[in-house]
Ligand binder design. Sequence first.
Ligand SMILES: Nc1ncnc2c1ncn2[C@@H]1O[C@H](COP(=O)(O)OP(=O)(O)OP(=O)(O)O)[C@@H](O)[C@H]1O
Ligand SMILES: [Mg+2]
Length: 252
Amino acid sequence: MTDNIIDINGLNLWYGDNQALVDVSMPVMKNKITALIGPSGCGKSTLLRCINRMNDIIEGCRVEGEIMFHDRNIYSPETDVMGLRKKIGMIFQKPNPFPMSIYENVTYGPKVHGVNSREALDSIVEECIRSSALWDEVQDRLGASAMSLSGGQQQRLCIARALSVSPEVILMDEPTSALDPIATSKIEDLAQELKRDYTVVIVTHNMQQASRISDYTGFMYMGKLIECGKTEEIFENPQEELTERYITGRFG
Ligand SMILES: Nc1ncnc2c1ncn2[C@@H]1O[C@H](COP(=O)(O)OP(=O)(O)OP(=O)(O)O)[C@@H](O)[C@H]1O
Ligand SMILES: [Mg+2]
């Protein structure tokens, strides 16, 4: 038995009058990779952003329901949202390193959270860049601009930056869609490594990717979670006809 690290219960979300999530409930299992799949506009990114309250910054966005994380509803008014985002980090579709050195990208978060000694920062940098499978490529040029890296390297640096504040959960929104196949397979391998120490939720358009790397899959359609479960069951024996039609490529 694995534990749920997150439980989404009866989540509804509106952008103004437009309802983008309809009564979504699903668990997220600890130290597993959960993939969210479904056609464009079905609410995958919206759901992902709910998990660390990134939708808070969108005007007119209203959420009902709860997301339990360590037995607390992250939507409760007492939640320290900065602290939550430290525990639940996010990687975006387009690599977005800060326009600073490789080293400074990784030390930025720890410094904000009060880590100042050079020694501690050096060791965070090495550990996180090793964990994101980038160390061999950048160890000799940590002072170089992050912008001098390739897209795939930038994405791995963004993962190192996310790891630098010791998160428990990493949310990834189509992290490989801007990358070539080699860079993509590096990120996929990395996701497999990361689940030993972290929990990963990944949105992907690519069903091969979902079936290759995830342990659990949720299929969304028009704001609803149609079904979720073990990846092989969703792909080999879906319970819902809509899921079957989607994964066999008959729509979307
Ligand atoms: N910031 C926003 N303001 C208003 N509506 C939004 C906003 N972001 C998303 N929506 C709407 O919410 C719905 C779900 O969008 P979302 O981006 O979550 O879909 P998605 O499944 O991630 O799609 P894609 O695969 O194209 O990335 C869409 O109808 C979209 O137009
Ligand atoms: Mg999206």
